[in-house]
Design a protein around this ligand. Structure first.
Ligand code: TYD
Length: 218
């Protein structure tokens, strides 16, 4: 139902440990079981070059990466992802679910790294030729809870995750500000709700978008 193409583009956003991947997987299963064609993808990554850029920017051991370089690497990865994966799938009429998109850069690099949210938005709109989600699901997580959840598996934190709680608090505020500025494009949910309840509320919102676009009966 996007204005740009026949598909439906949904982004999952939120702080680290919010449970985005779990919810993206739940929605993927629910939509596929209705016979819909769904593509699930993630950022940074989603293409071979994007996966290389992902490890450059997230793995420890590449020395200091300054904030501008970091923002441009995320934007470069996103340019490939939007142009090579997301837009073609939307043009084929598919539903695309992405784990993170432009809002992550606006929140992490724009607010977290203090590069400025407008500047970061501008480079990313250029990188993606203006491709915007039809809906962004924001899973709002308390940074302390997010840290507990992601360290519980003991897989180690990446470069961004291991930043101080103050950094993650700025990110949380930035995400909420983005949602408040365009509420019709967001579904904001408290990440601490039970997984099944979150999944049901996300599916309900997506089904209403699909019925508006005439893909499924309400
Ligand atoms: P992700 O793989 O989503 O981590 P997780 O699934 O553990 O939440 O994202 C990796 C990290 O990259 C995460 O800390 C957020 C950060 N990130 C940015 O700083 N800017 C961006 O534009 C993106 C896409 C991610």
């Amino acid at each position: 139902m996007t204005t740009q193409n026949p598909g439906l583009f949904i982004a999952f956003e939120g702080g680290d440990g919010a449970g985005k991947s779990t919810q993206a997987a739940e929605l993927f299963r629910a939509l596929e079981s209705r016979g819909l064609k769904v593509l699930r993808t993630r950022e940074p990554g989603g293409t071979p070059i994007g996966e290389k850029l992902r490890s450059l920017v997230l793995d420890h051991g590449h020395g200091h990466i300054d904030a501008h370089t970091e923002a441009l690497i995320f934007a470069a990865s996103r340019a490939a992802h939007a142009g090579q994966v997301i837009r073609p799938a939307l043009d084929r009429g598919e539903i695309v679910l992405t784990d993170r998109y432009i809002d992550s850069s606006v929140a992490y690099q724009g607010a977290g790294r203090d590069l400025g949210t407008d500047a970061v938005r501008t480079i990313n709109e250029w990188a993606t030729s203006g491709l915007q989600p039809d809906l962004t699901v924001l899973l709002d997580v308390d940074p302390a809870v997010g840290r507990r959840r992601r360290t519980a598996g003991d897989t180690g934190e990446d470069r961004l995750e291991s930043e101080a709680d103050e950094f993650h608090t700025k990110i949380r505020t930035a995400f909420l500000d983005l949602a408040a500025a365009r509420p019709e494009k967001y579904l904001v949910l408290a990440a601490h709700l039970p997984v099944e309840e979150l999944a049901a509320r996300i599916l309900e919102r997506v089904e209403s978008l699909l019925s508006l676009s005439g893909r499924v009966n309400a």
